[in-house]
Ligand binder design. Structure first.
Ligand code: E4P
Length: 227
């Protein structure tokens, strides 16, 4: 399973890249809004210089021509850019036309398996069901991931399911078990996946025992030197 970082924060991306577990990055206008001092293009180019995995850049135009103009612009920034297009009638047309031009797309704001199926048929490389936002309205977000992953495998579509809107580490385990090809997660969830109270406690305990053993060995060596 591939894991993407859902952020536009350069330091977070550098950190997870250093861990050796980063397969790509997703950004959106909200995440870009949290960065300071750089244009969206500059942020995207910096990210593409860190990871060679897919980096999603989201269009904001609502009409097809506007989406195509933004998408073509993003695609020229780096080879690993994937153009993120919202699910809509115009979005499907833009996905289909970008595919014809050889530009990869990520269909975002997917909330049903049917929306994901349409995006796959239009030619999106990535399909992004938003699990957290569905859970937020008291429904089961992971059901969409499970259904969509099964449809994609059954009909052998050339698209990957990218579980998005991840809120906690359990979402990642469930997405993996549901057959999601990829999940994109905030930095905090990456950190939560690393840590376990018994792991952290065990590290402290081993260090303490090691230092006690070293001190005892030093004492024995000093006693035998005195004898
Ligand atoms: C990623 O592609 C999505 O834009 C992101 O996961 C949305 O997450 P949110 O629902 O926490 O805003």
């Amino acid at each position: 399973m591939k894991l993407f970082l859902d952020t536009a924060d350069i330091e977070e991306i550098r950190t997870v890249h250093r861990w050796g577990v980063l397969d790509g990055v997703t950004t959106n206008p909200t995440l870009f809004g949290k960065t300071k001092g750089m244009t969206y293009d500059e942020v995207l180019q910096e990210i593409c210089g860190i990871t060679s995995g897919p980096v999603s850049a989201e269009v904001v135009a609502e009409d097809v021509e506007g989406m195509l103009t933004e998408g073509r612009h993003f695609a020229k920034l780096a080879d690993n850019i994937v153009v993120k297009v919202p699910m809509s009638e115009t979005g499907l047309e833009a996905i289909s036309r970008l595919k014809a031009e050889g530009i990869r797309t990520n269909c975002t704001l997917v909330f049903t398996a049917n929306q994901g199926l349409l995006a796959a048929k239009a030619g999106a490389s990535l399909l992004s069901p938003f699990v957290g936002r569905v859970d937020d309205i008291n429904e089961e977000g992971m059901t969409v991931v499970r259904e969509l992953a099964e449809i994609i495998r059954f009909y052998e579509y050339d698209s990957e399911v990218l579980t998005a809107s991840v809120r906690h580490p359990r979402h990642i385990t469930e997405a993996a078990l549901a057959g999601s090809h990829i999940a994109t997660l905030p930095f905090k969830v990456f950190q939560q996946m690393v840590h376990h109270p018994l792991t952290d406690k065990g590290i402290v305990q081993f260090k303490r025992d090691w230092e006690a053993a070293r001190a005892a060995a030093d004492e024995r060596a000093k006693a035998s030197a005195r004898a």
